[in-house]
Design a protein around this ligand. Structure first.
Ligand SMILES: [Zn+2]
Length: 563
């Protein structure tokens, strides 16, 4: 590219002002400009947290781009080359055009990116810092050119996750990779993979192959080889793959293969409908642990992440209350009720996983057990809805427990745009019952997660429409400091981002914040679908009575106003 960029003012000011100026540049990019192409590259999502100076002009990258990777492995740069569409040559050479150094004085995952006439310099705190520097560089690279710039950046939250539910509806490896690529490009660092549920077992077990063989549609699972391929694909993009094996509820796929592991031992089949099933794993029988111990050991070895999600949500304990095995267990262990029994069950598995170097995460229902919190001090909790409203989440958070926020009406993108607008996702601030605004900001929070549950998501097109652009709003809410976030600025950058990275598809942003009447229609459509699905003839389904509870419906109605 020979022609010069239209000259932008040089920014030599305080970081906040420089940021405003950068945003102004972006606003200018929205207007029809002669150099639209390259200017669009300045539309970074998420907005950086530190100095962001975009100077005059741009440089043309040499072909091939010679890179000295410093202490880092070459594969990270190969990802950049693919994204930027350029050729690369890795050489340990001081004359390299792109030079990288490790700078441990930077915040974790932090980086500094400097583009001058003389070349590109990256300083990174760690491997992830390098990944995010290269993500920014890729977003700035267009047609082999990069603007002269200097960016200093580090994330606000340490955990920035995306949950994919591959259990309810199965999606091929290529879709999984596309999701990881798109979320990595907005600097999300965790791919939470919901792999098992009532509707299927989606990860190959070599020790218990009956699990994946029970699936309604044969072959709808990921082989261990495919899982390893996805983990490596994610790793070189700065993303940790965290498996979720949901226990003891949402586990029909296990009991369809091994019916003796429920309390009642009645035959169940893998569900082909959504909802919550009342048949869960028995907590009293040792046979359950005889299966889960080696199974979790196998899964722990397959996934290198130090984190392991054990689910623990929506586990109706009607069977536990009358099961002689469960009753005996409670008596022997001195447990005060079925919620404590669930905590005991989870704590036992968490201790087992600790033996393989894993730290356990659970959904917030697990906090109904004091036993679990006493036994597993490093427990991480993912908040989705305080269904029982005992204040347990608030107490855990106040004590400094590790909290990840994925609140249903702000982060569960299977819900329609009528319930969760793009703006609401963007402006989300972590809060739990009894907490608001500034108070919550003082508490330690690991981060945010966007979730796509797939009960009603059958095609990739639908998946894309619901996931994007809302996930981009979560990404910025998780990365960018709250005082720098401004919805108008995000919307301006988002249009440019979507034009550049259409990915697997998205809902046009102008259709992602609905007017009142449209919202009602949109929600009614979804609720009708939900009610129909839960009304299906499925006697095991505890969902119709549970989820469509008056409190749940009240939440929905509240959302017409909190939009
Ligand atoms: Zn039992």
């Amino acid at each position: 590219m020979e022609e010069e960029l239209p000259i932008k003012q040089k920014h030599k000011r305080a970081p906040a002002l420089a940021l405003c100026a950068a945003v102004l540049c972006l606003a200018a990019a929205c207007a029809p400009a002669q150099s639209g192409e390259l200017t669009a590259a300045l539309a970074l999502i998420p907005l950086p947290n530190g100095k962001t100076e975009i100077g005059d002009g741009h440089i043309t990258l040499p072909d091939p781009l010679v890179v000295d990777p410093g202490e880092f492995a070459p594969e990270f740069f190969e990802v950049y080359a693919q994204r930027a569409g350029i050729a690369l040559s890795i050489e340990k050479d001081n004359l390299s055009f792109l030079r990288v150094s490790l700078d441990e004085s930077l915040q974790p995952e932090g980086y500094r990116l400097r583009v001058t006439e003389q070349g590109i310099e990256i300083a990174a705190a760690d491997e992830q810092g390098l990944c995010w520097a290269l993500v920014s560089l890729a977003a700035l690279t267009q047609d082999g050119g990069v603007p002269i710039c200097e960016i200093e950046d580090a994330p606000y939250y340490t955990y920035r996750g995306f949950l994919m539910d591959s259990a309810r509806h199965f999606f091929p490896v290529e879709t999984i990779k596309a999701l990881i690529e798109l979320t990595s490009m907005v600097k999300m660092n965790a791919f939470h993979w919901h792999l098992t549920d009532d509707q299927g077992w989606r990860v190959e077990s070599l020790r218990f192959p009956l699990l994946q063989e029970q699936n309604v549609i044969p072959g709808e699972y990921y082989t261990q080889e495919e899982i390893r391929e996805v983990i490596e694909f994610a790793r070189v993009r700065g993303v940790e793959v965290i498996p979720e094996i949901d226990l003891p509820g949402h586990a029909t796929a296990i009991m369809a293969a091994y019916p003796a592991l429920s309390c009642s031992e009645k035959a169940v089949r893998v569900a082909d409908y959504p909802g919550i099933r009342s048949v869960i794993l028995c907590a009293g029988k040792e046979a359950v642990f005889d299966l889960l111990y080696p199974l979790l050991e196998e899964m722990a070895a397959l996934f290198p992440s130090p984190n392991f999600h054990l689910g623990g949500d929506e586990a109706p304990k009607v069977e536990w209350e009358k099961c002689p095995h469960c009753l005996r267990r409670m008596e022997e262990e001195g447990l005060a009720g079925v919620d404590e029994l669930q905590g005991w069950f989870t704590a036992r598995l968490a201790r087992h996983l600790r033996g393989f170097g894993k730290r356990v995460t659970c959904w917030n229902e697990s906090l109904l057990s004091e036993h679990l919190q006493e036994e597993i001090q490093d427990l991480r909790i993912e908040y989705w809805a305080e269904v029982h409203e005992t204040g347990a989440v608030r107490r855990f958070w106040e004590r400094g427990g590790g909290m990840i926020f994925a609140e249903e009406f702000a982060a569960h993108f299977d819900l329609p745009y009528g319930a969760i607008s793009l703006k609401k996702v963007y402006n989300y601030r972590p809060a739990a019952l009894g907490f608001k605004g500034a108070d919550a900001d003082k508490l330690p929070t690991l981060g945010l997660e966007a979730c796509i549950w797939t009960e009603f998501v059958e095609t990739e097109e639908r998946l894309a429409l619901l996931t994007f652009p809302r996930t981009y709003a979560t990404a910025e809410a998780a990365w960018t400091r709250p005082d720098l976030r401004e919805y108008g600025s995000f919307r301006g950058r988002l249009d440019l981002w979507l034009a550049r990275y259409p990915g697997i598809g998205f809902t046009p942003p102008q259709e992602a914040d609905l007017r009142f009447v449209k919202r009602i229609q949109n929600n009614a459509e979804f609720l009708r679908k939900l009610a129909t699905a839960l009304d299906k003839e499925n006697p095991d389904n505890a969902g119709a009575g549970g989820r469509l509870h008056w409190r749940y419906l009240a939440h929905w109605i509240g959302n017409y106003f909190l939009y």
